[in-house]
Design a protein around this ligand. Structure first.
Ligand SMILES: Nc1ncnc2c1ncn2[C@@H]1O[C@H](COP(=O)(O)OP(=O)(O)OP(=O)(O)O)[C@@H](O)[C@H]1O
Length: 523
């Protein structure tokens, strides 16, 4: 007869086991410790932790330890079970306390194991691990030989039921976190790659009017200092912010742009700093903010002058301590960020009026870079025109892009450009839409004078496009305009009076464009 296990023995077994279970998140390590600590009380030489993956109908090994000299891990990593959940219900309902399996061939799971390991003499002792009423897995002790496990061993082994269930649940959650982290890192990397290629080679003017700006960029980019970009709207502040990031050691990490001017004041804090679940109406889930997503990289705060005073306080905390707290939360999150800001506003004036915090202004104004307006660097216009026409022609699927002649370039160079490069970009797009040679830049730049009126009445059609559903596909505009041009030219394509000349296109280009757009020429 077997002696019953005394209470003090149970207690010391339990205490030692808890020590082993809580020592590590690595289940192989935990099982190894348990095996060593329990071997003089339970005659086992292997311990396995498995859980049943219901959607995949298979057992997965989460941990394994052995005292044998094994050249391979005898318990398979995945064990597909045809009978699926039915088997799990059946096999584990018996195991309120530990069960002993002496004839493994007759048990589905143990049978699979002995077939895999080639050890028909092994016997098993198992406990089902349950959490919140759900079977989540099993802890299995294996020994070489039969009839070695007694009721006292079952009694002791059953004490591991609850702590091991908790450890298993924690491990599964921990693995999920690791998986999500990996997924997030991958997505971040892919996004960064895409952004990198979009930025590549796009700073035009480094050899000309942007020379001093780019010299400053090259000096500050390798450091972690904050950069403040100052300049009128459309001068290329975002292009320069991109260059700071691309030339910095953070270039392989994210570059996240936050346009403080377009996010509603009520959402700006949660957009920047993230929020905890239930922080405000509509905050259904916890959400990290853009600053957290940029961790390790650069954050570009465009239109910084538009930030509310509350958001300014939080931003100051980030700049001082490199940490944030999500809206509705208490946890302090440390971030490693480089800050680049931009504004077209006079921040010093705002400080004087009390709408911008002075302490924040000092923190941001570490390395200001002023970007000159286009009218002060007219020498860059030809290179910008070439770059922007190539870009627009690609977007509009135009094939070979036409280029303005010298006269047209001088018209562009003498204009004042209040809207800077963005305005130049828009004018070039209009020029391409309206058929290049058939419309002069003078008329596009001064739509109210004689020659410009016709073009401007056409353009007003485009200017009326203010909502997404008024936007027409460019192919439709192209088709309609070419059809009108053909009509106006009596359907003559080539020759001096033909539509091709009027549209400023080679005859063959117009023909292939008509073919592509399904325009049939009337004779
Ligand atoms: N040096 C440059 N080389 C090439 N493209 C440029 C350059 N500068 C500006 N651009 C182009 O001009 C447009 C406006 O530039 P960007 O958005 O960087 O200006 P911004 O000063 O940030 O404007 P805003 O003040 O409105 O935010 C963009 O399409 C950009 O690609």
């Amino acid at each position: 007869m077997q002696e019953p296990v005394s209470d003090s023995e149970r207690f010391s077994f339990f205490r030692e086991s808890i020590g082993c279970i809580s020592a590590s998140l690595d289940m192989d390590q935990v099982l190894k410790r348990l095996l060593v600590s329990m071997q003089d009380r339970i005659p086992m030489n292997r311990l396995v932790l498995i859980y049943f993956d219901y959607p995949k109908n298979c057992f997965k090994r989460l941990g394994y330890a052995s005292l044998m000299h094994e050249t391979f891990n005898t318990f398979p990593e995945y064990l597909h079970i045809e009978q699926g959940a039915e088997y799990v219900e059946e096999a584990f309902k018996r195991t309120e306390s530990a069960i002993v399996i002496e004839d493994p061939e007759r048990d589905l799971l143990a049978g699979e194991y002995v077939r895999h390991a080639g050890t028909a003499d092994d016997s098993f002792m198992a406990i089902t691990l349950m959490l919140d009423g759900e079977r989540i897995g099993a802890l299995i002790a294996v020994t070489s030989g039969r009839h070695l496990f007694t009721s006292s061993h079952q009694d002791l082994f059953s004490l591991l039921k609850e702590p091991m269930a908790l450890a298993l649940s924690n491990t599964l959650r921990y693995q999920e976190v690791l998986h999500l982290k990996e997924q997030y890192r991958y997505e971040k990397h892919e996004l960064t790659k895409k952004m990198g290629s979009a930025v590549e080679g796009s700073v035009i003017g480094e050899e000309g009017g942007l020379g001093p700006v780019m010299a400053s960029v090259r000096k500050v980019a390798p450091l972690d200092s904050s950069v403040l970009l100052l300049g009128e709207t459309g001068v290329g502040k975002e292009v320069i912010a991109n260059a700071v990031h691309a030339l910095s050691p953070r270039s392989a990490s994210p570059f996240i742009k936050i346009d403080c001017g377009t996010i509603p004041e009520t959402l700006i804090e949660s957009e920047l700093f993230g929020h905890e679940k239930g922080a405000f109406t509509g905050a259904g889930e916890r959400k990290p903010g853009s600053l957290e997503l940029a961790d390790g990289g650069t954050v570009f705060l465009d239109e910084i002058g538009e930030l509310s005073l509350t958001a300014q306080v939080k931003l100051l905390r980030l700049l001082q301590h490199r940490e944030i707290v999500r809206v509705g939360g208490h946890k302090v999150i440390a971030l490693d960020l480089r800050i680049v800001c931009a504004t077209h506003r006079n921040l010093q004036e705002m400080v004087r009026k009390g709408t911008f915090r002075e302490d924040l202004w000092y923190r941001l104004n570490v390395f200001p870079i002023g970007i000159p307006p286009l009218r002060e660097r007219r020498q860059d216009i030809p290179a910008l025109v070439a770059h922007l026409i190539r870009k627009k022609a690609r977007e509009m699927n135009l094939g070979t892009a036409p280029f303005p002649n010298n006269f047209e370039l001088s018209e562009l160079a003498s204009y004042d450009w209040p809207g800077n490069i963005r305005e130049l970009e828009n004018i070039l797009e209009r020029w391409l839409i309206l058929g290049c040679g058939s419309v002069s830049f003078r008329s596009l730049l001064n739509p109210s004078d004689g020659a410009g009126k016709e073009a401007s009445s056409l353009l007003s059609v485009f200017d009326r496009v203010t909502t997404p559903d008024q936007v027409l596909p460019l192919a439709t505009i192209d088709r309609r305009y070419i059809e009108s041009a053909l009509k106006a030219c009596n359907h003559v394509v080539g020759g001096k009076e033909g539509a091709a000349v009027r549209l400023g296109l080679p005859r063959t280009t117009l023909r292939s464009r008509m073919e592509k757009l399904g325009i049939h020429r009337r004779r």
